[in-house]
Design a protein around this ligand. Sequence first.
Ligand code: UD1
Length: 362
Amino acid sequence: MKVIGVVGARPNFMKIAPIARAFEGSSLQFVLVHTGQHYDHRMSQSFFDELGIPKPDINLEVGSGSHAVQTAEIMKRFEQVCLDEKPDWVLVVGDVNSTAACSMVAAKLGIRIAHVEAGLRSRDRSMPEEINRLVTDVLSDLLLTTCQEADDNLRAEGIPEEKIRLVGNTMIDTLARMVDPARKLDVPERLGVTRGEYAVLTLHRPSNVDDPEILADLLGTLDIIQKKMPIVFPIHPRTRKNIEGHGLLQTLKEMPGITLCEPLSYLDFLSLYSCSRLVLTDSGGIQEETSWLHIPCITLRQNTERYVTVELGSNTMAGTERSAILAAVEDVLAGRGKTGQAIPLWDGKSAERIRDTLIELG
Ligand code: UD1
């Protein structure tokens, strides 16, 4: 049985890595397609190297573009791959443009789709990822979910029970395998911070970094926080462009408690946040990773598609209001940071369940 696995952007790579490993030596033939949505070494190749992901069999090299252009380019190029390869399944992960684009191609060619990380909903359609999640799930034949809440969302949308399988979280498979080697690295020391005493910040959501007023306000909040604890901020390329474009880079550089750095590789970033006291982020995946590590996470968004991390994990939704963010930081500094409990099936074996499910379905 032939399965095409699709990856495109940074958060896809740690999700596909354990699946590629689990398929090795099984009856499943795995063909890996990289759409090329992310292409910088730091956003793509470094993940393949560190996570031991096989070299993609095919790279569509689509690069950046508006949503429509990027999606359309992926669709045009992926259609030919499907016609040539004739897979039994197309397996897509996450919620990026590559996920939705390849799902649409497969659906129209009558190829079955397996969606890893199905059923997450922020209920905020101004997020491009929410559109991608809705499109992908409605087209998928097998909806592989990370938590009970995702199953409930899918049932409420009328997805038949037999298409839904709760398998756990493949991103956590990777984290569980890599955390010990990562903690042995000296990334905090190289960045000049002391283990357990600093915060890590990531920001890249359009809703936070595209509007100059919102971005400037967030930087004002960070200015207050950096006086209380050091912050390390690896900057995503789109965030760097916006900070520079809005003339805010100098303001940021003048904050002595903030250490700026380029996007880090998987292991370096894991080394950094797994040894931190607190994470401030607008990412989706990091809410899950910090929950598994029981590190307090303050999410700078109004909503989350990963509510399980708030309910069971270590995540606090602070929104973007200064007072709410500062109150959440104060809680952590006062020793009242949320550490959470274990989330069911986030046990490092999700990819094996995915492999077994595909073999069972044939
Ligand atoms: C994409 C995903 C988002 C995910 C994020 C993680 C979509 C809609 N969004 O957002 O869900 O959380 O990846 O990083 O799929 N760029 C580079 N080098 C690269 C890639 C991008 O410089 O290797 C710059 C380009 O200017 C590009 C911009 O970043 O236009 C945005 O890239 P894009 O792939 O469109 O979306 P992300 O913001 O990275």
